[in-house]
Design a protein around this ligand. Sequence first.
Ligand code: ATP
Ligand code: MG
Length: 216
Amino acid sequence: MTLALSKGRIFEETMPLLAEAGIEVPENPESSRKLILPTSDPGLRLIIVRASDVPTYVQYGAADLGIAGKDVLIEHAKEHPGGLYQPIDLNIAKCRLAVAVRNGFDYDAAVHQGARLRVATKYVHSAREHFASKGVYVDIIKLYGSMELAPLIGLADCIVDLVSTGGTLRANDLVAVEDVMPISSRLIVNQAALKTRGDRLQPLLDAFARAASRNV
Ligand code: ATP
Ligand code: MG
């Protein structure tokens, strides 16, 4: 079995869940730079991919399972519907998707005036849906990173980005003005793999579910 996940936060917060299932990962992807990591379970290996690529590996069956943030899963599902079974909220890598503006920008006034807002974000589908539900007209500008820069340099009025402590926003003189949705990472499973290899996958799914329920 192959489990796809990204390094950093998600990898680190997944390790305790695997440990509760009795699975150890001897190497750390940050130091080893390996992209395929064996585990103490000879039937399970990890592959390290970009966060936004995790759903793709699982959807095509190159990985049986994956772990990805709700932020990534929503964007992926809009562009590639179907094929992913999303059984478990692991309650890890928690943060929120939020609207942020430059300190001093009167967001409420702009919204009430019905001004057209320029929104820079990596999360174009979530952002579009959020503003549509508020009845706010927006021009969405797709970025792939460093969204914080956009309002500072005049590319956008606001950004939609992940926030946890708010430290990155503060460092760039931005403030969060509205929550879009809470985010956590989910286990995703390839549907065909679940049918043909359910006998091997199910115990791992059960172990993840047990470990995650202690994580709430
Ligand atoms: P890439 O670098 O591949 O484009 P990324 O920069 O979004 O992706 P990370 O910053 O490692 O990758 O984030 C991976 C996932 O971790 C996100 O999709 C999100 O679900 C979660 N995450 C991101 N930032 C935070 C945060 N501040 N607190 C908690 N979880 C977070
Ligand atoms: Mg990154």
